[in-house]
Design a protein around this ligand. Sequence first.
Ligand code: HEC
Length: 437
Amino acid sequence: MYYPWWYVPGLTAPMLIAIIAVVHIFVSHYAVGGGILIALENQFAVKTNDKLYRDYWHHHAQFFVLLTVAFGAITGVGIWWTIALASPLATEMLIRTFVFGWAIEWVFFIVEIVAAFLMYYFWTRLPEKTHIVIAWIYALAAWISLVLITGITAFMLDSRGLFANWDETGNFWHAFFNVQFLPQTIIRTGASILLASLYVFLHAAWTFRNVNVANNSVNSELFNKIVQRMSRPLIFGIVTVLLGVVWWFVLLSPNVLLIMERSVLLNILLTLFFGLCGLITLLIILGPILNPRSINLGFAVCLFIFGLTALGSAEFIREAVRKPWIVDQVVLGNQIYANEVAERQTTGFLRPSHWQQRPTEKIQLGGMVFMYHCNNCHATNHGLSAVGPLLYGESKEKITETIKNLNRPTLSMPPWSGTDEELDALAEFLLTIRPEK
Ligand code: HEC
């Protein structure tokens, strides 16, 4: 309890993180996949001496740099900002344990930004060979940042791995020798390339929106070529994602599988994810592969939205199954280390701190316990997973019983980690927010 709590009314703080993170993922995956596509296609254009095709990629690079560097960086910082407020203990633990991981990541991030600007601004001024090398430096640096971040986030969701014994000082190598690291890196690499191809479709369809694709003009030939070239990374991306997802599934812990099977919402999202992957594959075959000339802006927009929705639902599933952990087996959703639970049950969940006085009044005390113990997953009386409605019409005895056995009937909640006095205060507080029968 050395940090203040942060309550986001209705939405809950973790959902705010999720929203910012998903928006960030839509752009950051493009930053990686787009880098690889630019490097490949730029090299191809130089090799085949196709100036028009290379010019298109120069034009695309402007959109790419603007979106990924500006918007990607802002949303990335947004994630740090919100996680530090919503889960300060977990953020502290991640910074301490992986300090060199973050440092390496930032080095590559700087390389990325410098290479991106050199690549765009000196597109026509650098010798072609040097320009190709710079484009590849960008692509490699961006991919390495993806690998580093995926390692750390994979560990947060599933800490099982080669270094099984965790102590509070942590172990840097947990990030790269956990069971989920490889499948998640494969999924994210595939998703980057898939998403980037969809961005190229969208950008090209917009750029050539007034071109009559059937009339064989120079522009229609160029658009045709872009569409045809992009169908390969699209197929590569989707196959890689699906292979990675199967591997991810096989390695899931039994607990996570149970959580997934029990939740109607997660079942719906899983169906949505696989359905969309199938639909995207079908559309790629019917469109870019068999009828490249039939592609227009509407088609590109649909494909793009399907792609974002598939990625968004996959991220949501991945996040939803992490409960009750913020960092798997290390930090619980009630903002304490897992190995502190027993001690807190005897000495008290709330700790004295300079952030706030311990309230003397019972309901206020209960409210404070709620903010630390429950706020990370539940709104109070209105909003996402609001506890008030969940306890509709229940008696104090029943509520007390529910809290005492918090982690028993469900798999997603941390164990109750306070004293009887705190339990009583929390129950009194919950009585004030639950609707009467
Ligand atoms: C780490 C996240 C997390 C924390 C922290 C958490 N909960 Fe939950 N809670 C959940 C989830 C997820 C569910 C839905 C569980 C399910 O359907 O399996 C749930 C369900 C519930 C329910 C409905 C249970 C039922 O059987 O219908 C109540 C009541 C509840 N929580 C109260 C609380 C209270 C009170 C606290 C704080 C002392 C708390 N929760 C802390 C995640 C959490």
